[in-house]
Ligand binder design. Structure first.
Ligand code: NAG
Ligand code: NAG
Ligand code: NAG
Ligand code: NAG
Ligand code: NAG
Ligand code: NAG
Ligand code: ZN
Length: 505
């Protein structure tokens, strides 16, 4: 009896331990499977192929500490997660962010998607340019316009008032505040259409002001200075050919526009030898009729012959839901393709099976890069095609938020693109319109909102390398830019480590 009890208890114990062992084994096994699955994803993420040096690993550790601290605030209370707040409400707090400070210092390579006339900070226009003599304001076709003039009676489109007088009448502070409101999208818009309506007006307000030759020359330098201060060494600017003027009524030719533009760039380069250069991407409104498009194409093809290194290619601009599709223009674009590279904005849309189909044309017309491509994750075949042909997307997250495509960047398709190692570069699109400057705000949003918690320096390094690799520079220039970037990168690493040492003392 006693023995059989012992036997039964022993048996139960044996069975229990086997079951326990199996259970343990099972969960061990489960964990292994889980690790393997996640490791596969981890090694496919943008930047995963880079092997960081021991110095880079030290800097990476510092960066990840900063990232984790900021993320933790967001995990506790998502209203504290700055990238997901409307940019105009988050900006001053982003300025204080340590991760942002790190990114501002980091040599970011090139900025490849920026519209020339929204590229410098809005403060420069309001606090500096608009205080100059000879500036007049008036409403033309219901839009407030600014223009430098000697004799305002000569432009009879409206009754102009000197900005000096407007300031005297309203008080400088009130006028400046009003002007800032005219020039920025820092309020909430009820719809994407109303946001775009205001957005377009802003360019009408400032166009004549920037066409005044001395201001244009200074403006170019200012655009480059702000990028330079943000540790960006190269840029491609999307613009139109402006007829520059002087106060005495002299106007300059289209060729002069390129000469004056290039001369301003060269002047900047000579005083800032670390800056490698600028290219121009010609842009035409996507609503023009076929004749206007043809004239525009012929004109830029001719200009490209005269300024082959400066003119990188061609793009369409404007609200993609309006105007024509790339398919409408395809016959002409197929002709022009022999002479021009394309840099089409495409798929900057939330629709499916509609405007987003521009992506198919942008890819098939062999775009060198694609602007936004926001809709691409809905199109697996197009995604594969783009990856196979190595056609990068230019991701501009703050623009997408302000222009109401994507409120919370954690849900931005670029997170998926990076997870798939689809080639991307980061752009700032129209920084002046949202009171930003430089490229770092967009880098910050991408890094904090669209990369996993454990991803650090390798992602940022890859994004910088991408910005040179996918630029329109030729092979030799790219090699040179890479060398110079590497030098800046090494200095940056040393700076961060030195600074960290000091903090530790
Ligand atoms: C543990 O799992 C492995 C396979 O994952 C299996 O071969 C082995 O027999 C298991 N051991 C036990 C004690 O269940
Ligand atoms: C790593 O390199 C391989 C081979 O060039 C490539 O197929 C893969 O996509 C790369 N992955 C990442 C994450 O860069
Ligand atoms: C979350 O953060 C917001 C913004 O800072 C704050 O107003 C709110 O009180 C916080 N909520 C909690 C539960 O702490
Ligand atoms: C622009 O940003 C600066 C600095 O963050 C801030 O002080 C200013 O109020 C902002 N202006 C507008 C119009 O949002
Ligand atoms: C305006 O900007 C120029 C540089 O472009 C600078 O030299 C000048 O001091 C600025 N003026 C004011 C009033 O800020
Ligand atoms: C403006 O002046 C031009 C000639 O200089 C004239 O043809 C035109 O009718 C005028 N327009 C208005 C609105 O006065
Ligand atoms: Zn754009």
């Amino acid at each position: 009896m006693y023995k059989s009890v012992i036997a039964i208890v022993t048996l139960i114990l044996i069975i229990l331990s086997v079951v326990l062992a199996m259970l343990l084994n099972k969960s061990e096994d489960y964990c292994k499977k889980r690790d393997r699955l996640l490791a596969e994803e981890d090694s496919a993420f943008l930047g995963a192929n880079l092997t960081l040096t021991s110095t880079e690993l030290k800097v990476d550790k510092i960066l990840l500490e900063l990232k984790t601290t900021e993320l933790s605030l967001g995990y506790k209370n998502s209203s504290e997660f700055l990238p997901a707040l409307p940019f105009h409400r988050a900006k001053e707090r982003i300025d204080e962010s340590k991760v942002f400070g790190f990114i501002r210092k980091l040599p970011k390579g090139g900025s490849l998607h920026t519209h020339l006339l929204a590229a410098a900070s809005v403060d420069f226009l309001v606090k500096n340019i608009s205080y100059r003599d000879g500036l007049y304001g008036g409403e033309v076709n219901g839009v407030f316009k600014l223009k430098f003039m000697h004799d305002p009676l000569k432009d009879n489109r409206t009754k102009w008032t000197s900005v000096k007088d407007l300031r005297l009448q309203q008080g400088s502070q009130r006028f400046d505040q009003w002007l800032l409101e005219q020039l920025t999208l820092t309020q909430d818009f009820p719809s994407i259409e109303t946001a775009w309506t205001k957005f377009k007006r802003i360019f009408t307000t400032t166009y004549d002001l920037y066409s005044y030759k001395p201001v244009f020359q200074e403006y170019i330098q200012r655009v480059l200075q702000e990028l330079y201060d943000d540790n960006v060494m190269y840029t491609e600017l999307k613009g139109t050919i402006m007829i520059l003027y002087d106060l005495d009524g002299t106007t300059y030719s289209k060729q002069d526009f390129f000469r004056i533009f290039q001369a301003a760039v060269e002047e900047f380069k000579s005083s800032h030898p670390k800056f490698v250069g600028v290219r121009y991407i010609h842009s035409i409104y996507r609503g023009v009729d076929f004749d206007t498009l043809q004239q525009g194409l012929d004109e830029i093809i001719a200009m490209k012959k005269l300024f082959p290194d400066f003119v990188a290619g061609f793009d369409f601009v404007g609200f993609e839901e309006e105007g024509k599709t790339l398919l409408d223009y395809a016959p002409q674009l197929l002709q022009a393709q022999k002479y021009l590279r394309f840099f089409f904005h495409a798929g900057e849309s939330s629709w499916f099976g509609h405007t987003d189909l521009n992506l198919a044309d942008a890819l098939l017309l062999n775009s060198f890069r694609i602007g936004h491509g926001f809709a691409i994750t809905k199109h697996p075949k197009l995604l594969d095609f783009g990856k196979e042909h190595d056609i990068p997307l230019e991701i501009c997250p703050i623009s997408n938020q302000v222009l109401k495509l994507n409120e919370d960047p954690r849900n931005h398709p670029a997170a998926t693109l990076m997870a798939l190692n689809y080639p991307i570069v980061i752009g700032n699109d129209d920084p002046s319109i949202w009171n930003a400057t430089g490229l770092s705000y967009d880098w910050y949003v991408v890094f904090m909102a669209m990369t996993p918690k454990n991803k650090g320096l390798e992602v940022l390094k890859q994004l910088a390398i991408n910005s040179i690799r996918y630029s329109a520079m030729d092979k030799e220039e790219k090699n040179d830019a890479m060398k110079r970037w590497q030098q800046q990168w090494n200095n940056f690493l040393i700076d961060i480590l030195l600074q960290d040492d000091k903090r530790g003392l």
